[in-house]
Design a protein around this ligand. Structure first.
Ligand SMILES: *Cc1c(COP(=O)(O)O)cnc(C)c1O
Length: 356
């Protein structure tokens, strides 16, 4: 069976060289005589892997001094609660409600403090990034840099006038260059652009550690996890190792800036076609279009279903939109080669000729 072009939103494609290296090292890592899966997280060999992974992430993202990098568990969803428990500190927080995950984050945060919805596009099916008004006295501002389900992306970083900015970057971390110093906290589930599911990357500016509510479980305490170097308990050792291989792959591609160029080109191929198509149309507002998740419809649910089915038969799989929005979604993360996008556009043209 040949490998397919997998347009799944997450878990999603990993770079082939990463998978091949995992395969080569699966039974015996280096001269240890064992798999990374079988290693103690306290062993010298594993700590080398872990420390190199942290260093490589700092390198590829350009994370400045004064930030702690952690690899935790529970996914981005655990961070929805953790962010509020660690930063709310008896005050209130601004949330921009730009999508389903953004909404889930603010619903979770309400359990731990006062949430101000600073802007929302919920009533319009989250088809754009909303306007927003920030409170000067918020403990933090929360945004979702890329909205995975609706296919929208923030095209700017909000000016928060000193209020810490918290970003869920689950679906676009490492796909474009960000100035990390603009953020107080960045978190991202690994399964979209980095590694298998089960690892969440957490980057916290050090002055934001140590403000957690007393009820915070210790595995969710930013301070305690930072002090224990992510190893207050057993981390997802294998997932972190794969993340490390992806960071090395990113370096070999020329870094995030080089990938960003390719990602812009990949997304442009699809959007240019959608803008001309007589059958398909994009669903996100043009200005806010995601480079990672391209959402589109024909306007006819039967044709959508036929498209998804016929594409799969051509090795272009997992193009069905999220169950809450329907239509189609092509997730084209870092690991999706431009060839996969070209094949998809060619197939769409073909389908259009037959079905428009
Ligand atoms: C996938 C996703 C999540 C949920 O991540 P889990 O790891 O499943 O908890 C949250 N936010 C965004 C933006 C996502 O794309």
């Amino acid at each position: 069976m040949d490998r397919v072009f997998n347009f799944a939103p997450g878990p999603s494609m990993l770079p082939l060289p990463v998978l091949e290296q995992v395969q080569r090292e699966l039974l015996c890592y280096g001269n240890t005589g064992m798999s990374v899966m079988e290693m103690s997280h306290r062993s010298k060999m594993y700590l080398e892997i872990f420390n190199r992974t942290v260093a490589d992430l700092k390198d590829v993202m350009g994370i400045p001094e004064g930030y702690k990098v952690m690899f935790l568990q529970g996914g981005a969803t655990a961070m929805f609660a953790a962010v509020a428990m660690n930063l709310m500190d008896g005050g209130k927080a601004d949330y921009v409600d730009s999508g389903n995950f953004a909404h889930n984050a603010l619903v979770e945060a309400k359990k731990y403090g006062e949430v101000n919805v600073a802007g929302s596009s919920r009533e319009d099916g989250y088809s754009y990034i909303p306007e927003y008004t920030l409170s000067p006295d918020a403990k933090y501002v929360h945004i979702t840099t890329n909205n995975t389900i609706y296919g929208t992306r923030w095209d700017h970083i909000p000016q928060t006038n000193g209020v810490p900015l918290v970003a869920d970057m689950s679906s676009n971390i490492l796909s474009e260059v960000y100035d990390v110093s603009r953020f107080g906290v960045i978190y991202a589930g690994a399964q979209k652009n980095v590694a298998p599911a089960g690892v969440v990357i957490l980057i916290v500016r050090e002055d934001l550690l140590g403000h957690e509510l007393p009820i915070t479980p210790k595995v969710m305490s930013f301070q305690k996890m930072a002090d224990a170097d992510s190893m207050l308990n057993t981390p997802n050792c294998f997932g972190i190792y794969v993340a490390g291989l992806t960071f090395q792959w990113i370096k070999a591609q020329g870094g995030v800036a080089a990938l960003e160029k390719v990602n812009i080109e990949k997304a442009k191929l699809l959007y240019d076609f959608l803008d001309e198509s007589r059958l398909f149309r994009g669903t996100a507002r043009a200005k806010d279009r995601s480079r990672m998740n391209v959402t589109f419809v024909t306007g006819d649910a039967d044709k959508d279903a036929l498209f998804v089915k016929e594409a799969a038969a051509q090795g272009l799989v997992n193009l069905k939109g999220h169950r809450i929005v329907g239509g189609m979604r092509a997730s084209i993360y870092n690991a999706m080669p431009i060839e996969g996008v070209r094949r998809l556009v060619a197939f769409m043209k073909d389908f259009e000729v037959k079905n428009a």
